[in-house]
Structure formats: structure tokens, C-alpha cells
Write a protein that binds this ligand. Structure first.
Ligand SMILES: Nc1ncnc2c1ncn2[C@@H]1O[C@H](COP(=O)(O)OP(=O)(O)OP(=O)(O)O)[C@@H](O)[C@H]1O
Length: 536
């Protein structure tokens, strides 16, 4: 039922209608005495779902938080229940729709991730769950606050810390009607009728981020809001059955890891918000984006479109155009040798394809690579000459390029050279910590050595899902393992054995304090390069 809206309520003069929801409408309003301009959320007292009544009780707990609207007034006057809050800008939903793009750019998505996870950390620290995370409930600020994302619509919120007992609300095995929205509410709450807790707010964020990066959005959002029970059942089935790896195919691994992480959390677990903010920050940095969580919209032109393009998993064959761009860029890094690639399927455990085949493929390859066509057949990131000038490129970009070259290397000699280059890049770091881009290179190297045509779970994911996930190893254990790896690498029989060692190396470094690479670690990498040369 719709109700006629008054022109004035309390001290507020209602102006333009900004939007409307299930139970009411929201107006820009002005204070009759001070001229202050605000947003006023109006609901009829007989509204079917009187969310203002609940929202009013949650706002006080949220005051003072970054990205939390200030509550300026609230009450019931006549037939209307109203809430007066900061006037804010457009929702992420409307910004994205108006952009006309099929997917949102990675930098913006990383900023959304960092900010929304921070907002949830704040809300949860005040004992409150949001329970309706969606793009329409994330809005940007106005004026100086236009790069800050605000959370709105606390109509479905709930205190998960009982204000009287100060304890977490209890779980229940009894299935309940779901609360939230069709698109992003967690599988546990939406499809299994579980009681929502902090983990579910976070899972909704994960789904929202994946949605933004998926052409056409998450598959279950494509038919619109389900209008019948059977359509809703279908949606639930689809949402429940899709595997994280399928949802996140082609996306940077952080998104799949984040979704899996949320789904592994137990009902009362406190999520590690800082870790995920840092993961998305590092992801943005590793792709060459500024180190900032500010949500700048419209998204500025991408300074490194090539880097973003190769965020795709290497299992997806790059287009000829993309390949040409990447090869051109690689060529600029150095070089007296020019890259020529052969088909990935021709790499069998480091055995070089036959010369005859090389010749057959030569014309096609030459077209893809500007300047190709010389007799050289490897990608060179830098020459072996000691005094060759070091490329002045950000480390993250160098590592990304190395990763790309590793995933397209076709013989052990190339891999050997890339591993040597990898060790050099890591050593040029002021810190000896393995950067995120370094972990990616190890992942790709492991995959190349194990079997380039088979999907190999990334090392970082594996170490986090293992039974001793996240556990740090005592320093001595780490040192012993690295020493053993350093000694054993020279005796490795084949690429498979080397793949196992790379996996072990990544695991040891990942689980060590500060992820530092010791002298033995570097010696292992050099030993690996030598062994690859010997096996080529
Ligand atoms: N503070 C604000 N400033 C400017 N616009 C706002 C503000 N709050 C909400 N809006 C706009 O109004 C729309 C509806 O707001 P909100 O979600 O709070 O209402 P609702 O009635 O709870 O909606 P729903 O039924 O969709 O949950 C938002 O999507 C947004 O576009």
C-alpha cells in the first residue's frame, strides 16, 4: 500500500525523493531552522515491515564509525515514523549500472573490499550484524567524503552480542526463514536456514565482489528476483551447488580464497578482518594500482591494463592481441634476445619440442611477437650479464611479468633462467620477505613443473586449507627444511620432484614468521635453476 507523504515532518521540510524501499521512501530534507540538508527516511506506522523502528535502535551503537551515517533525529509524528541521517551519494549498485560496463575494474573492487570489510569490522565490534549486505546498501559520501563508502539500511540488523548477558547469541539447528537478499546472502543462511552471524556478513561481501567481477554477474542473479516458490527453489539450488572454484574462474585467487575462508568460519568465530583488508590491498599493489583504499569513481584509466589482463588464470589461453601486448612489454624489459613461444601443450616435463615442429610454428609465432623471428626460442627477462642495467620497474610488476613468462615457458632451460631471475628480483628487495607477487610466481612455477595442463591448486590456498592452516613453524624447523631442500634439489630426478620441492619451499616460507627467505632459501632457488638447466 502506498501512502501520501507529508511536506513537513518535525523540523524537517521534505524536498526531492531520493529513493524508495520496500517499506517507505527516502527524501532529501532541510531543517527549517538551521538549513541543514539531510536524508530523511519515512515510513508509515502501519507499514508491513516497519524497519525504521528497528533501525532507530541500532544507529546509536554505530555513531562515530567511519562510513557510518550520523543520526540527526528520529521519531514518530502523526502516522509517520522517520529517521534523519546524513545525506549521502549514489549507491554502488546505481554507479555500476550507470557505468554500462559488464564488469567492474579490479582496482575499484579491491577498494570496495577493503572499505566494506572495515565497515563490518566496526559494526561487529559494536556487537551488530548488518545481515543485508548488497550493492544498494553501500553508498558513497558527498563532497570531501566522495571516496568513502558508507553502509546504510540497518533495517535487518541485529545485535549478535546479547546486550544483557554480553554473550554471543546461540546457534540453532532449527531451520529458519532467511533474512537478507537473494543475491548475496550467504549459502548457509539463504539455502540452509542457518542463524546469521559475522561469517555470513563477510560471505555476502565475498559474493558481492565476485559478482562485480563476473561478466553478467553471478549466475543466479541473471533471471531477476524470483517471483514464484519454484523459481526461488531453483535459485537456491544453483547458489548452493556452485563451487567456489567455478564461481571464481579467471579471477585473482584472493576472491576464491576469501569465499572459502568465510565458509570455513564457525558460527561464533571472529573473522580476521585485518588479514583480508591486507590481502586485497596487496592484490591491488601487485597489479600496479596505488596503495589506497579510496574509492575513486568513475574509475581512473587503468595505468597498467596489460597487468590487469593477465590477472586471468594462465589456464585461459590469451588472445593474440593480448599476447602481442604482453610480448611487446616483455621485450622492453631487456633485451638482446626476443621471445618466441610454442604451444603450451608441447611442453612435456621439460622436453623441448622437436625442431621440425618449431619450424612449422615459426611464422605464426613471429606474428604474435614483435621483433620475433630470430633464432632464439626463449623468453628472457634479463640477460645473464652481471652488469646488465637492472630494469627500473616496480617489483610487483616485474614479478607479475615473471609469473606470466613462467606460465608460458616451454622448456626447462627457460624455466631455469626465469628462476634465476626470480631469485635476483627477490634479492634486490630491501626486505627478505616473500612478497605476494613472489608467491604467485612460485604457484605458477609449481604448476608448470607439475603439469601445465592440469589445474593445480595455488600453494597459498593449499597451505591455508591444510589442517595446520596459518600455524607458524618454529624457526629451527624452517631452517632445517630449507637446508634439506637446498641439498636435495641437486638430486631431483625430474620436474615432478622439483614441483614437490617448490610446493614445500612455498609452504615453509608462507608459514614462517615474516615470510623471510633465508640464505638457504636463495641457495635452493639457485640450485633449482641449476637442476632445471641440467634436466633441459
Ligand atoms: N542517507 C542517504 N542519502 C542519500 N540517499 C540515500 C540515503 N539512504 C538511502 N538512500 C537511497 O535510498 C535508497 C533506499 O534506501 P534504504 O535501503 O535505506 O531504504 P529501505 O526502505 O530500507 O530499502 P529496502 O527496502 O531496499 O531495504 C538507497 O538505495 C539509496 O539510493
Amino acid at each position: 500500500m502506498t501512502y501520501p507523504y507529508p511536506q513537513r515532518i518535525g523540523n524537517w521540510w521534505l524536498e526531492e525523493k531520493l529513493g524508495s524501499g520496500f517499506s517507505g521512501a527516502i527524501f532529501r530534507a532541510q531543517n527549517l531552522h538551521t538549513g541543514q540538508v539531510v536524508a530523511l527516511k519515512l515510513q508509515h506506522v502501519d507499514a508491513e515491515c516497519p524497519t525504521n523502528r528497528f533501525e532507530r535502535s541500532f544507529y546509536p551503537a554505530l555513531q562515530g564509525g567511519v562510513g557510518m551515517p550520523t543520526l540527526w533525529g528520529a521519531g514518530v509524528e502523526g502516522q509517520y515514523d522517520y529517521l534523519v541521517i546524513d545525506l549521502l551519494g549514489a549507491s554502488l549498485d546505481s554507479l555500476f549500472r550507470k557505468s554500462g560496463k559488464d564488469v567492474m575494474d579490479l582496482r575499484s573492487v579491491c577498494c570496495i573490499a577493503m572499505q566494506v570489510i572495515n565497515r563490518l569490522e566496526f559494526m561487529h565490534s559494536r556487537g551488530l550484524l548488518h545481515r543485508d549486505i548488497q550493492l544498494g546498501n553501500c553508498v558513497i559520501g558527498l563532497g570531501l567524503n566522495c571516496t568513502t563508502i558508507y553502509m546504510i539500511d540497518f533495517g535487518f540488523s541485529k545485535f549478535y552480542i546479547d546486550p544483557h548477558t554480553r554473550r554471543h547469541i546461540p546457534d540453532s539447528k532449527v531451520k529458519r526463514d532467511f533474512i537478507g537478499n537473494y543475491w548475496f546472502t550467504s549459502v548457509g543462511v539463504h539455502c540452509r536456514g542457518q542463524v546469521p552471524s559475522r561469517r555470513d556478513d563477510l560471505e555476502a561481501v565475498a559474493l558481492m565482489l565476485i559478482h562485480l567481477l563476473t561478466p553478467g554477474g553471478l549466475s543466479w542473479t541473471r533471471n531477476g528476483v524470483p517471483k514464484t516458490d519454484s523459481a526461488h527453489d531453483r535459485l537456491i539450488r544453483e547458489k548452493k551447488n556452485v563451487r567456489p572454484e567455478d564461481l571464481c574462474r579467471g579471477l585473482p585467487s584472493e576472491f576464491e580464497e576469501f569465499l572459502r575462508y568465510c565458509r570455513r568460519l564457525k558460527f561464533m568465530d571472529c573473522p580476521d578482518y585485518a588479514r583480508w583488508v591486507e590481502e586485497f590491498r596487496q592484490l591491488a599493489i601487485s597489479r600496479g594500482y596505488p596503495d589506497s583504499a579510496e574509492f575513486v569513481w568513475p574509475a581512473p584509466p587503468d595505468p597498467q591494463p596489460m597487468v590487469r589482463a593477465i590477472a586471468q588464470r594462465p589456464t585461459q589461453p590469451p588472445s593474440a592481441g593480448m599476447l602481442a601486448t604482453v610480448l611487446n612489454d616483455l621485450a622492453k624489459l631487456n633485451f638482446d634476445e626476443r621471445p618466441v613461444l610454442v604451444e603450451r601443450r608441447e611442453l612435456v616435463n621439460g622436453v623441448r619440442p622437436s625442431k621440425a615442429k618449431d619450424k612449422e610454428n615459426a611464422p605464426a609465432r613471429a606474428k604474435k611477437s614483435k621483433g620475433a623471428g630470430t633464432s632464439h626460442d626463449v623468453i628472457v627477462i634479463s640477460s645473464d650479464e652481471e652488469n646488465a642495467p637492472a630494469p627500473r620497474l616496480p617489483k610487483a610488476l616485474l614479478l607479475t611479468r615473471l609469473g606470466y613468462a613462467v606460465s608460458h615457458a616451454t622448456d626447462n632451460a627457460t624455466l631455469a633462467r626465469l628462476v634465476h631471475e626470480f631469485a635476483r628480483v627477490l634479492q634486490s628487495n630491501s626486505s627478505r620477505a616473500l612478497p605476494r607477487g613472489g608467491a604467485m610466481v612460485l604457484d605458477l612455477l609449481h604448476k608448470q613443473l607439475a603439469d601445465p595442463d592440469v589445474f593445480v591448486e595455488p600453494l597459498r590456498t593449499r597451505s591455508m586449507t591444510s589442517s595446520n592452516a596459518g600455524e607458524e613453524q618454529p624457526r629451527q624447523v624452517k631452517l632445517d627444511k630449507l637446508l634439506a631442500l637446498r641439498c636435495d634439489v641437486a638430486k631431483a630426478k625430474d620436474n615432478e620432484a622439483l614441483a614437490k620441492m617448490v610446493a614445500e619451499f612455498g609452504d615453509v616460507i608462507n608459514r614462517s614468521n615474516g615470510r623471510t627467505i633465508t640464505k638457504d632459501g636463495f641457495a635452493f632457488l639457485e640450485g633449482l635453476a641449476a637442476r632445471l638447466r641440467a634436466l633441459s
